[in-house]
Design a protein around this ligand. Structure first.
Ligand code: FES
Length: 146
């Protein structure tokens, strides 16, 4: 039921860990399954993502999607990182079973939350980036769109 790529990233997740003094950190949770994901971004003065790490307290699909998402944003500009949607992550993984689509959303949201944190800290604006809805540092919002 899972593609080989999903299994590969699940069994050998890339970029697991944390970054000290990260430029941006985003933590999001899914209210339904209770899974949590945190992304750390190291961004240089040219707004290029030099390094990225993640930690996931979640299911196998969440591990695989965060692993792939970190691979996709590494070395990219913050603008390009905005193109790394859950759809892009799923395509890169050769698909996910429908019941697991929300797990890939967690990866997208965590990246956005980390970019938001970076933008806030540096007083910049990133086109198309909205305040994260489910950052667990914020008040719990029980908004479910998926
Ligand atoms: Fe919750 Fe996968 S079941 S992230």
């Amino acid at each position: 039921m899972y593609s080989e790529k999903v299994m590969d990233h699940f069994e050998h997740p890339r970029n697991v860990g944390e970054i000290e003094n990260a430029s941006g950190v985003g933590t999001v949770g899914n209210a339904k399954c209770g899974d949590i994901m945190r992304i750390y971004l190291d961004i240089d003065d040219n707004q290029i993502i030099r390094d990225v790490k993640f930690k996931t307290f979640g299911c196998g699909a969440a591990v695989a999607t965060s692993s792939m998402a970190t691979e996709l944003v590494k070395g990219k500009s913050v603008k390009e990182a905005m193109q790394v949607t859950n759809k892009a992550v799923m395509e890169a993984l050769d698909g996910l079973p429908p019941v697991k689509v929300h797990c890939s959303l967690l990866a997208e949201e965590a990246i956005h939350a980390a970019l938001w944190d970076y933008a806030q800290k540096n007083g910049i604006q990133i086109d198309g980036l909205e305040k994260p809805k489910s950052d667990i540092h914020e008040d719990e919002e029980e908004e479910e769109e998926y």
